[in-house]
Design a protein around this ligand. Structure first.
Ligand code: OAD
Length: 251
């Protein structure tokens, strides 16, 4: 059986299916990933631009990168991979999407149960007084954006050195412990604790399906099925196979 059919078979036989997504799922929406030759961390040193201490020390500098990213993310639209996960949820075959992304494209695609493991870029908080702002109301042309109190705004994303939001952490590992199948899409599986979600699920007997352009530390060790290729092609193909198995017709 080919990898797509194997993946669909696992999904159809599972009671609880979860997805773990990373930057790779949004690459085809025009948002660069972090690692790899086209990745953001090739241009910016993550310790200088993504660590909370760097942001506190020099928010102006970090905002140079953030503003550039915001301008891309604010006009990005979901691609067929995001829509495929939303369709899987409607079919009752995706109980939750746990995402490391902060671009809100799963929400835009129509998924309802989403856990934002690394926070969200949709809102920002004043570092001085704690007032909240919505990204859609912010002018990213003259960073750093300021609060009415004069304080600097920080996106509600998790920087290195900051904890994972406790509710997201708790919910994710509860799901990992109860899932029968995990679909891991477009993550290099190098950042913990997110990368331990498939490992935890696997240790409790779940099957792991991996969708990625290239092998990762999960491949062949944790993943039962490795579908190599673009998420925007692989995920719709898996969903079509799932529908074929559920309803009998060809899609
Ligand atoms: P990475 O940039 O580390 O990995 C992206 C993965 O997506 C790689 O394994 C690519 O091979 C794969 N990929 C790229 N394009 C793809 C496509 N079209 N289809 C399928 N796969 C594709 O991104 P993450 O694993 O999400 O954290 O990074 C994890 C965390 O590191 C991020 O959440 C961020 C970053 O530092 C924080 O900012 C806290």
């Amino acid at each position: 059986m080919d990898q797509i059919s194997k993946a669909a078979e696992i999904i159809v036989s599972a009671n609880t299916v979860i997805a773990l997504t990373g930057a790779g799922i949004s690459v085809e929406s025009g948002i660069p990933a972090f690692r790899g030759s086209q990745g953001l961390w090739e241009k910016y040193d993550p310790m200088e631009y993504a660590h909370i201490e760097s942001f506190r020390r020099n928010p102006q500098k970090v905002w140079g990168m953030l503003a550039e990213l915001y301008k891309i993310v604010m006009k990005a639209q979901p691609n067929p991979a995001h829509y495929a996960l939303a369709e899987l949820e409607k079919l009752g075959k995706c109980q939750a999407v746990i995402t490391q992304n902060v671009d809100a494209l799963h929400q835009k695609a129509g998924n309802e149960r989403i856990i934002e493991f690394h926070g969200t870029g949709e809102t920002l908080t004043c570092m001085a007084c704690g007032k909240k702002y919505e990204a859609k109301n912010i002018d990213f042309d003259n960073p750093p954006p300021l609060c009415t109190c004069g304080g600097i705004l920080k996106p509600d994303i998790v920087f290195f050195g900051e904890p994972i939001p406790s509710d997201a952490l708790h919910q994710s590992f509860l799901l990992a412990e109860s899932a029968d199948a995990v679909i891991v899409v477009g993550t290099s599986a190098q950042v913990y604790p997110a990368a331990s979600i498939p490992e935890t699920a696997k240790s409790r007997g779940a099957k792991v399906i991996e969708v990625n352009l290239e092998p990762t530390p999960l491949t062949g060790r944790i993943s039962d099925v490795f579908c190599q290729g673009k998420a925007s092609q692989i995920l719709p193909a898996i969903v079509n196979k799932v529908k074929e198995k559920l309803f009998g017709a060809k899609y």
